[in-house]
Design a protein around this ligand. Structure first.
Ligand code: SF4
Ligand code: SF4
Length: 286
């Protein structure tokens, strides 16, 4: 008889699948991202664009220091040499030339998202676009989801943060999505408002959505084109080709690559949460 643990893991793997494979989700699209770390210079333009597009509050230095920042997309720095971050490097270009690497980190839109089953009110759920979404009006602020997210990419509104947009700056808020209030959890939606707008435009024009119709704000802004967004269910899309070329597959927790030299990898794959952000390793010239 299969063990209880075996059943849990089997159920968990099924959780990430579409109904046609015996899973739980009915997918119309499977939006995903590729980030080429060899192209990323750590300039933070993507993060800034995310603030503007998604009405993120700028909380100020004190709250940032208290880990109450609302940055849906944060740029993580890693150093080859120990203590390089404590040397006199002053600019990103300086630190990069001395061995720093940058990694844009945001919600990985796990297909088997650990944040979803723990929400007591179903405020975080999977969309038909294959994205992990958040219903702000339903969120009661229990913060269970943030505790269960292995990537630490959920951000909680400890305050109303209205001072973040003093007049006339409130005029520049994006009307396509709400400003979240105190007590509500939020995180990267892969610019859900843009995917919905593109879908509606295509419908109005009586055509199918095509590859390239949707650009996320971070992708649009990146000066080195390090970010690619698209639909993995469209076999001809640019993103499907990159995933295929790097032999990275959804639904597996350990990639079995014919060519181990390929640069594509997913973070915390061994957790079996089936993330949909593919990173391409930085190439070192030593
Ligand atoms: S990265 Fe975290 S917030 Fe995003 S889907 Fe996965 S568990 Fe949920
Ligand atoms: S905008 Fe592009 S280059 Fe700049 S930090 Fe973001 S991913 Fe890296």
């Amino acid at each position: 008889m299969p063990s209880l643990l075996g059943n849990i893991f089997k159920g968990w793997t099924d959780y990430s699948k579409g109904v046609e494979e015996g899973g739980h989700h009915e997918y119309e699209h499977m939006y995903a991202m590729v980030i080429d770390l060899d192209l990323c210079t750590g300039c933070n333009a993507c993060s800034t664009a995310c603030y503007a597009e998604n009405n993120l509050a700028v909380v100020g230095e004190d709250k940032f220091g208290a880990r109450q920042a609302m940055h849906w997309m944060r740029i993580e720095r890693y150093f080859d040499e120990p203590d390089l971050d404590k040397t006199e490097a002053t600019t990103d270009a300086d630190t990069q030339s001395r061995g720093a690497s940058f990694l844009p980190m945001m919600c990985q839109h796990c297909n088997a998202a650990p944040c979803e089953p723990v929400c007591p009110v179903g405020a975080t759920y999977h969309t038909v676009d294959g994205l992990n979404a958040q219903v702000y009006n339903r969120c009661i602020g229990s913060r269970y989801c943030a505790n269960n997210c292995p990537f630490r990419v959920r951000y909680f509104n400890f305050y109303d943060n209205a001072e973040s947009w003093p007049a006339p700056m409130d005029q520049q808020l994006n009307p396509d999505l709400s400003v979240r209030s105190k007590g509500v959890m939020e995180k990267c939606s892969m610019c859900l408002q843009r995917t919905r707008a593109a879908r509606d435009t295509a419908k109005r024009e009586g055509r199918e959505l095509k590859d390239g119709d949707i650009q996320t704000a971070c992708q649009q802004t990146c000066p080195t084109s390090a970010i690619l967004f698209g639909d993995l269910l469209d076999e001809d899309s640019a993103i499907s080709k990159v995933w295929k070329n790097h032999q990275v597959k959804l639904g597996t927790y350990k990639q079995d690559k014919e060519n181990p030299e390929l640069r594509g990898y997913r973070i915390f794959e061994e957790l079996n949460v089936d993330t949909k952000v593919l990173y391409l390793e930085r190439v070192r010239e030593v």
